[in-house]
Design a protein around this ligand. Structure first.
Ligand code: NAP
Ligand code: MG
Length: 480
């Protein structure tokens, strides 16, 4: 029996093949669990359970208030196990325990609570007054799609699980979730929570296994009514193709190469903090990371020295230690990807002004092959590959500019459009720059703050649709 089993139709089960795969703590390389390895047949079983739960079960027939109450119970039950969820989230993916305790677990709880609130408060039917065809009457209804599936990445596994299941359940759908193979533990642990709160069987199912089999089935299966994916742009395109066979609506949250524009009137201390936090939080393994800093020429040299000075103070180490700022990347292969891009950067623009190597002098037991130092390239032309392609690691490109128009043109010169930042002491000016950026989110004098109450998603090849906010609920509803 696997340590972590699939959660299908209200029960924990092994994969039908009996196969398992091993998940590791990337900091030490230690195996931390055997996970049931779902194949297509297990995804089919989970989809059929969700289909039955939707077509015959109580969940879609319950009132929004009843569903909201149940989703709040899910949030309560997660909070009661917050310590365990935080520990496993940090160990499995390599994010710091600080991130797990202050962002991942409360972020997931917050998302469930937000969608519970919408389920309770948002009317699922409104009468539209003033018909053009008297004496007829008109109503608009918001109804669940039916069976929804969600496929999520390894960088924020627990929050992503909540972003998919929260709105799906709030709207009355029955759902199947597939976590990333590097980080399946906390999503599978959600099954215990669903059992504790007596969620009806089949309403929420979790299958872990390879994207190419278990994952593809979730996007292609004709019993599925809607699919949502967060991950790379490349796989996002594949999901669209698979979903097109039965014309399923898709929500896609994909890659990014976000620009953080530092205007000449910025508070440089605050701006440097926002640029570093915006890039290096979670080792840059964040889709909306501000990995291009666009800096005005008049403050360029002073700003670079602030960045280098502060980047040198970032503490790298064991992610389970509360004093650590940056733990390992998710895997050795992710570090190798970063190394390839840093080598490319050396060819394209020369030596980085800090970082550019694995850390030395790590504590005993830590595997240096899983870590990388915060790395900054200066004087990067926006046409360079390191400024155009998503690295998903701790690498910042600093790009000088002269005029505001030029900064905006550089920011928008990207196939992506997920997010961005503007650093300025003039809010009106910052907002006018933000309004011209072709992205789904812009932070002013800050970065990375995401609230479940505000919509999130991307322009261009960063995705389709929005999660969170009221838009996030609507994405899981049909309109009649
Ligand atoms: P990925 O390779 O695209 O994988 C994401 C998920 O898709 C995983 O669960 C993966 O399963 C699965 N998958 C892979 N191939 C599949 C296929 N052919 N059919 C169905 N599912 C498949 O991305 P990742 O490397 O995990 O995550 C990094 C990427 O995610 C970055 O590009 C980042 O920008 C993006 N991201 C975007 C957001 C956002 O909100 N926009 C948030 C987080 C991450 P396996 O793990 O088994 O391969
Ligand atoms: Mg792992």
């Amino acid at each position: 029996m696997a340590d972590y089993q699939l959660f299908i139709n209200g029960e924990y089960v092994d994969a039908q093949s009996g196969e398992t795969f091993t998940t590791h703590d990337p900091a030490t390389g230690e195996a931390i669990g055997e996970i049931a390895k779902a194949g297509r047949e297990d995804s089919v079983r989970a989809i059929e359970a969700a289909r039955k739960a939707f077509d015959e079960g109580p969940w879609p027939k319950m009132s929004g208030a009843e569903r909201g109450a149940k989703i709040n119970e899910i949030a309560d039950a997660i909070e009661a196990k917050a310590e365990k969820f935080s520990e496993m989230e940090a160990r499995d993916g390599g994010g710091t325990i600080k991130k797990a305790m202050f962002a991942d677990v409360p972020g997931a709880v917050g998302a469930f609570r937000w969608f519970a609130k919408l389920a309770i408060e948002e009317a699922d039917e409104v009468e539209v007054p003033g018909t053009p065809f008297p004496p007829s009457q008109n109503w608009v209804r918001y109804e669940p799609h039916g069976v929804t599936t969600g496929i999520i990445p390894w960088n924020f596994p627990f929050i992503m699980a909540a972003w998919k299941l929260g709105p799906a359940l709030a709207a009355g759908n029955c759902a199947v979730l597939k976590p990333a193979s590097f980080t399946s533990i906390t999503a599978l642990m959600l099954g215990e929570v669903f059992q504790e709160v007596d969620l009806p069987p089949g309403v929420a199912n979790v299958v872990a296994g390879p994207g190419g089999t278990c994952g593809e089935e979730l996007a292609v299966n004709p019993l599925v009514d809607k699919t949502a994916f967060t991950g790379s742009t490349e796989v996002g395109r594949r999901i669209m193709q698979l979903a097109s066979g039965t014309v399923k609506p898709v929500t896609l949250e994909l890659g990014g190469k976000s620009a953080n524009i530092v205007l000449d009137d910025a508070d440089l201390d605050l701006a440097a903090a926002c640029v570093l936090w915006g890039t290096f939080f979670h080792n840059g393994q964040v889709c909306e990371s501000g990995t291009r800093a666009l800096v005005h020429k008049s403050i360029y040299d002073e700003f670079l020295s602030l960045l280098v000075d502060r980047a040198g103070k970032i503490v790298i180490g064991n992610q389970m230690d509360f004093n650590t700022d940056l733990g390992p990347l998710v895997s050795r292969s992710q570090v190798e990807t970063v190394e390839r891009y840093v080598a490319l950067g050396r060819d394209e623009v020369g030596e980085p002004i800090c970082g550019g190597h694995r850390p030395e002098g790590l504590a005993d037991g830590l595997d240096a092959a899983a870590f990388y130092t915060p790395t900054i390239f200066a004087g990067v032309p926006n046409s360079a590959k390191i400024a155009q392609e998503e690295i998903f690691g701790p690498v910042l490109s600093v790009i000088p500019y002269e005029t505001e128009d030029e900064a905006i043109a550089i920011a928008n010169d990207s196939i992506y459009g997920l997010a961005g930042g503007v650093q300025s002491s003039n809010l009106e000016r910052a907002r006018s720059v933000a309004n011209r950026m072709r992205t789904g989110t812009v932070w002013i004098n800050d970065y990375h703050l995401i609230s479940p109450e505000r919509p999130f998603g991307g322009y261009k090849q960063s995705g389709i649709g929005r999660e969170l906010g009221l838009n996030g609920l609507r994405a899981y509803q049909q309109v009649k």
